[in-house]
Design a protein around this ligand. Sequence first.
Ligand SMILES: NC(=O)c1ccc[n+]([C@@H]2O[C@H](COP(=O)([O-])OP(=O)(O)OC[C@H]3O[C@@H](n4cnc5c(N)ncnc54)[C@H](OP(=O)(O)O)[C@@H]3O)[C@@H](O)[C@H]2O)c1
Length: 196
Amino acid sequence: MAVGLGAGWVRAGHDVVLGSRDPAARRRVAAEVGVGASVASINDALSAAEIVILAIPYRAAESFARTHAAALRSIPLVDITNPFDNLPDNAISGAEITARAIGKGGRVLAAFKDNFARTLLDPVDPGVMPRDVHYAGDDPEAKAILAGLIQDLGFKPVDCGPLRNARILDGMVTLMIELDRRYSGGNGKTSWKFLG
Ligand SMILES: NC(=O)c1ccc[n+]([C@@H]2O[C@H](COP(=O)([O-])OP(=O)(O)OC[C@H]3O[C@@H](n4cnc5c(N)ncnc54)[C@H](OP(=O)(O)O)[C@@H]3O)[C@@H](O)[C@H]2O)c1
């Protein structure tokens, strides 16, 4: 996800830094796949960021947010991590847990949860419609920045309301995988379309 999103934003003219626990190893990978982004330690990436995309496994998200809470209180964070059945009852979303770990002042958004990685560099589907990116959050300024970034990738931003609606987005991921398997052979190239 980080490589796909990073490559798309580099292509759109943004400066992208991929934060990694092992920047030397990831620098080689980034060069191989031609992502065009620089790679830095997590702390260095955060210190330069205007907005952060959290693209790590869900199981690591809460502790990441807690560890870097001080830095993340001054930067909007987009949580794209998918909890799957770690949060089966929809009583809270992964993004709300991340927001809680960052604490007061954090500006957490949820987005890209129900977009397959394989569609990230293919934002317009074969029916010539931009694919939707659902996002949710409570901070209007952070949401406006994110909507612009989604548009810069070539996708259609779809504002799904407050952060608590990330609970619904978390559930839509499992449904997306089910529909993709049933109707597209599980190729990971399908996406949602809201016809407004
Ligand atoms: N794949 C999809 O189609 C898709 C779609 C929507 C959302 N998502 C969500 O997006 C997130 C990223 O997905 P992905 O497929 O890109 O994941 P991934 O390749 O498995 O992991 C992304 C990166 O996370 C870092 N990482 C791994 N374990 C970590 C840990 N314990 N603590 C901190 N960092 C760790 C690693 O980078 P370093 O080793 O360089 O630090 C790794 O390259 C996931 O939460 C996933 O559920 C995925």
